[in-house]
Write a protein that binds this ligand. Structure first.
Ligand SMILES: Cc1cc2nc3c(=O)[nH]c(=O)nc-3n(C[C@H](O)[C@H](O)[C@H](O)COP(=O)(O)OP(=O)(O)OC[C@H]3O[C@@H](n4cnc5c(N)ncnc54)[C@H](O)[C@@H]3O)c2cc1C
Length: 601
């Protein structure tokens, strides 16, 4: 991981990133390359199994954490606080050295790097015009948190109350709130009881948003929506500027915030470019993990617990490869059954979104053009010297969580403003100018699955979210789209003289809009639910995140969500990992926090 050296070092990073690395996919500055570009839909081991630290010769650990993503970095850092235990953190991808990861505005370019993105695809989606939808997932230390949009939002408080009400004690909002606060260092609300101070993850507002952002706020106000000053405070509903996990102009991931300060501990071994291929079971107890790296296959033995943190696609995948899953499916894939657990891989779901896309000749938005070239050049220097300016923005500067029907009890769509023209392949900013209003359906009812494609542990699983299979999801996005379009065409934006290019003004009636949504919608990268918490037959883990029927094995990542939260998912995954570390170490939970909440209905 690179440090936060300002000045010329910063300029070097930015220039190398802009002019070299993204185009070629090669690392700049002759840095050793640690990962093969994964082929579309095929997961391969990286060539150099890099044992960053291994203080004892034998491969025996108290805890093995599989996956150094958002959850895994938290778990490894928290578990290794106890110097009497040895912890191994296994990550299939490389370290998070690439500069595009760390510069907030180059997030689009980071996603396009083949070496750090698994680049999964769904199977063709029947209800989305037969399209296969891309599913970017981080293949790098920091996981998806190293390539995500850095937006900070916890979810609606009632989301967690619903988790608890479904039979999961310990997961209500008042019980999980202390874990959100423990992870947080919010520089905007120093005295608010709704926010944490001194935690690892810095949360901040974009200091100087794009000049178009006030137009969005004005448009939302003109349409009569309430303004909120804090999406994670008493009033989740409304519109306003939004916060991100950024510190001094650089991305904050759990790799930078949790793992980096812990990585020199003698009792923590971080194995990059190393793929876990099986959990070794002895009499229904996790006894080790089989891994493959450039040196070949070997196994790590485990004295206490294996903790899966491979994310919503690869955690259920590894369980199934290890013989834990639905009997019939394992049999069909040629895997020997070790423990019948039918819920593994089921209940997979994600947020679906569609955009109203606007183009304009005015160059005030973020973007590359001849007119904006002098300003962009200055921005590069400003970032290199001071780590400020547009390059320190994640582009997602303002949003609205709203109800499309007054009778709903919580927001059902998020209206996301982006002061940039949407291009399929941003490099590293979009080409040309414009803005987009994305509408995200927050509470989807469609459910799909992750299944084995076969017995090869390196073959990508079959991911079928069955997007839009539930009619409610179609109706919600249709209502949301109509609102988003009114925002995009609000008089507040009139001076930009923008033209709607997606879908275009000829698309007006319900049928035509639904057809556009089916052809254009994509997910917003919040897959979850495939190893859900619960106490019923379909549940995979219990409320303490223990895999049902197997000892010494837990799952702690986005796959355990019983139901997706009504917003962005990273903060909730950090919360889950914080809570998991207490559960594993036998530390009593913090006292629940009862704070007033505004009524929305
Ligand atoms: C492009 C994108 C944008 C997003 N934007 C936002 C946002 O702005 N705000 C927000 O809140 N959320 C956002 N998210 C979602 C958020 O980042 C994820 O919900 C969160 O990172 C999931 O964390 P996780 O720990 O479950 O999985 P991940 O962070 O994906 O971590 C899983 C890790 O495990 C590794 N791994 C998996 N299997 C194995 C194996 N067998 N052996 C070794 N290693 C393995 C993977 O390589 C990966 O590093 C975004 C996600 C993406 C991809």
């Amino acid at each position: 991981m690179r440090g936060s050296t300002p000045g010329l070092e910063g300029l070097r990073l930015v220039c190398a990133g802009f002019y070299g690395a993204a185009a070629s996919g090669q690392p700049p500055f002759g840095v050793v390359r640690w990962g093969l570009p994964p082929q579309r839909g095929v997961a391969r081991p990286s060539p150099a199994g890099t044992l960053v630290r291994m203080s004892e010769p034998e491969d025996a650990f108290d805890y093995v954490v599989v996956g150094a993503g958002t959850a895994g970095c938290v778990l490894a850092a928290r578990l290794s606080e106890d110097r009497h235990v040895r912890v191994a953190l296994i990550e299939a991808g490389p370290m998070d050295w690439h500069p595009f990861i760390h510069i907030p505005a180059t997030v689009g370019a980071a996603i396009s790097l083949r070496s750090i993105n698994w680049r999964f695809m769904t199977v063709p989606q029947e209800h989305l015009a037969g399209r296969a939808i891309p599913i970017p997932r981080g293949h790098v230390v920091g996981g998806s948190g190293s390539i995500n949009g850095m937006v900070y939002f916890r979810g609606h408080p009632t989301d967690f109350d619903d988790w608890a009400a479904a039979g999961n004690p310990g997961w209500s909002y008042r019980e999980v709130l202390p874990y959100f606060l423990r992870s947080e260092n919010n520089d905007a609300y120093p005295d608010s009881p709704y926010h944490g101070q001194g935690g690892p993850m810095n949360v901040t507002f974009i200091k100087r948003p794009n000049p178009m952002t006030p137009a969005f706020l004005e448009a939302m106000q003109a349409l009569g929506y309430p303004r909120t000053s804090d999406f994670n405070g008493p009033t989740t509903e409304g519109y306003g500027p939004r916060q991100g996990t950024i510190l001094k102009g650089r991305r904050v991931s759990t790799a930078t915030a949790y793992l980096k300060p812990a990585r020199d501990r003698d009792n923590l071994s971080i194995l990059t470019n190393t793929r876990a291929t099986e959990i070794i079971l002895e009499n229904h107890r996790a006894a080790g993990v089989a891994v493959v790296d450039s040196a070949g296959k070997r196994s790590l033995s485990v004295r206490k617990e294996v903790v899966l943190a491979g994310g919503a696609i690869l955690s259920p995948h590894l369980l199934m490869l290890s013989g834990i899953g639905d009997q019939a499916q394992l049999y069909a894939a040629g895997i020997k059954l070790r423990h019948h657990l039918p819920g593994v891989g089921a209940n997979y779901h994600d947020h679906l979104a569609v955009g109203v896309l606007m183009e304009m000749s005015n160059s005030e938005s973020y973007g590359l053009s001849w007119r904006a070239a002098p300003r962009n050049l200055l921005n590069v220097f400003q970032y290199a010297l001071f780590r400020t300016g547009p390059l320190s923005s994640n582009v997602f500067e303002a949003t609205g969580f709203i109800r499309t029907l007054p009778e709903l009890s919580r927001p059902d769509v998020q209206i996301v403003f982006q002061a940039a023209r949407r291009n399929p392949h941003p490099f590293p900013f979009p080409l040309g100018h414009g803005y987009a209003i994305s509408i995200v359906g927050l509470n989807p009812s469609s459910r799909g699955s992750v299944r084995l494609a076969g017995a090869d542990p390196l073959a990508a699983p079959l991911v079928d979210p069955k997007l839009f299979s539930h009619p409610d999801d179609v109706a919600t996005l249709l209502r949301g789209f109509r609102i988003g379009r009114r925002v995009a065409h609000s008089p507040a934006f009139a001076r930009y003289r923008a033209t709607e290019v997606g879908p275009g003004q000829t698309v007006q009636d319900d049928a035509a809009i639904i057809e556009y949504i089916r052809k254009a919608a994509s997910t917003v990268h919040h897959p979850c639910g495939s190893c859900r918490i619960g106490n019923d037959e379909g549940a995979v883990v219990d409320e303490n995140l223990r895999v049902r029927g197997i000892e010494g094995l837990r799952v702690a990542d986005a796959s355990v969500f019983p139901r997706v939260v009504g917003g962005n998912t990273n903060a909730a995954v950090v919360m889950i990992a914080e809570k998991a570390s207490d559960l594993i170490r036998g530390i009593a939970p913090p006292r629940p926090l009862d704070l007033p909440r505004a009524q929305t209905a």
